[in-house]
Design a protein around this ligand. Structure first.
Ligand SMILES: [Zn+2]
Length: 336
């Protein structure tokens, strides 16, 4: 009887060991040894015919053979499963390739946000050339040849009559020349000034200006629009204040401050301990501009405003050096 068990074991080993088996062969082995009519199953059934004194030894060897067969079949099944999951043209041991995802530049992100806030208030987006006629850059926005404002803006001249625009204001002049009121527009874009690069100056930067012209437009309309913009952009708890100022194309003119977004008015380094941050220049449109546009002066009024996009982005992302935006250092850009 015990010899029979030894034969089952040696038969099984000769069939299973050192052979490359497929699933069909594996199933056949399973049926032949531990299936319903398998050799081991039958040997187990014969246990009751074994004389009492031989039973312990027979049982022990039977268990050993059964365990051996079960473990060996399970090992073969595992190896087959692993093999199936690895098709020949995929090398699972290769390290993964790093993917580079692009995203919008922080200046573009800020500009898109400003645009969406004003678009929500019914403003259109207008465009104009960066290489601009002296006439639109200066004359048509009330900066005549002998005007001191021309000294304030160091200009790149392409020729006598052509400049790199020093502000986006010429787009306002061009739009007024092309369209009749009501006008409700913003004009974002790049502008150029002869500045040496440092933490707060660049020879080029971005502005967004806005212009509203219609019948009965008042300074109160302007204040409400700017307050709505500031709340959407910086938070509903941010206050605004208007300080008298001077610009050639607005009269009266005002600088717009917002309560410091870092210290909320308590005073910190960014706001120079004043609790306020200047964000834009603005005012009611100087009626002289309506002459250039051939609008009826008594009928229309309007307001205009302008801000530097880099300046807004510096506040929103807490960046302290203007040059970082144009150096294209990935370590900087990847943070946005
Ligand atoms: Zn502050």
């Amino acid at each position: 009887m015990i010899q029979e068990l030894e034969k089952i074991k040696s038969d099984f080993l000769s069939e299973a060991d050192g052979k490359s088996l497929d699933r069909v062969a594996l199933d056949q082995l399973h049926a032949k040894y531990i299936g319903r009519n398998g050799a081991i199953t039958q040997a187990t059934a014969r246990l009751k015919e074994i004389p009492k004194d031989q039973k312990p030894q027979y049982g022990k060897i039977l268990n050993e053979v059964k365990t051996l067969v079960e473990e060996r079949l399970a090992a073969i099944r595992n190896a087959l499963t692993l093999h199936d999951s690895a098709t020949p043209d995929i090398d699972l041991t290769l390290p993964e390739r790093r993917r580079f995802y692009g995203h919008l530049h922080p200046i573009t992100q800020t500009l898109e946000e400003i645009k969406s806030v004003f678009a929500g208030m019914g403003f259109t987006v207008e465009d104009g050339p960066e290489v601009e006629l002296d006439y639109y850059n200066f004359e048509a926005v009330n900066i005549p040849k002998d005007h001191p404002a021309r000294d304030m803006q160091d200009t790149f001249f392409v020729s006598d009559k052509v400049v790199l625009r020093t502000h986006t204001t010429p787009v306002q002049a061009r739009t007024m020349q092309r369209k009749k009121p009501p006008i409700r527009m913003i004009c974002p874009g790049r502008v150029y000034r002869k500045d040496t690069p440092d933490a707060t100056h660049m020879p080029f930067f971005h502005q967004v200006e806005g212009l509203v012209v219609d019948e009965g437009v008042t300074f109160a309309d302007f204040k409400a629009t700017i307050a709505a913009f500031v709340h959407r952009m910086f938070g509903s708890d941010i206050g605004t204040r208007f300080r008298p100022s001077y610009f050639s194309f607005t009269e009266p003119s005002a600088e717009v401050d917002i309560s410091c977004i870092f210290c909320h008015g308590k005073g910190c380094r960014t706001c120079k301990h004043s609790g306020w941050i200047e964000i834009m220049g603005s005012g009611m449109v100087n009626p002289i501009l309506f002459d250039y546009a051939q609008y009826e002066k008594d009928r229309y009024s309007g307001y205009a405003f302008g801000m530097g996009i880099e300046r807004i982005a510096m506040f929103m992302y807490n960046v302290n050096d203007l040059r970082l935006f144009s150096e294209n250092d990935l370590r900087f850009l990847e943070q946005f």
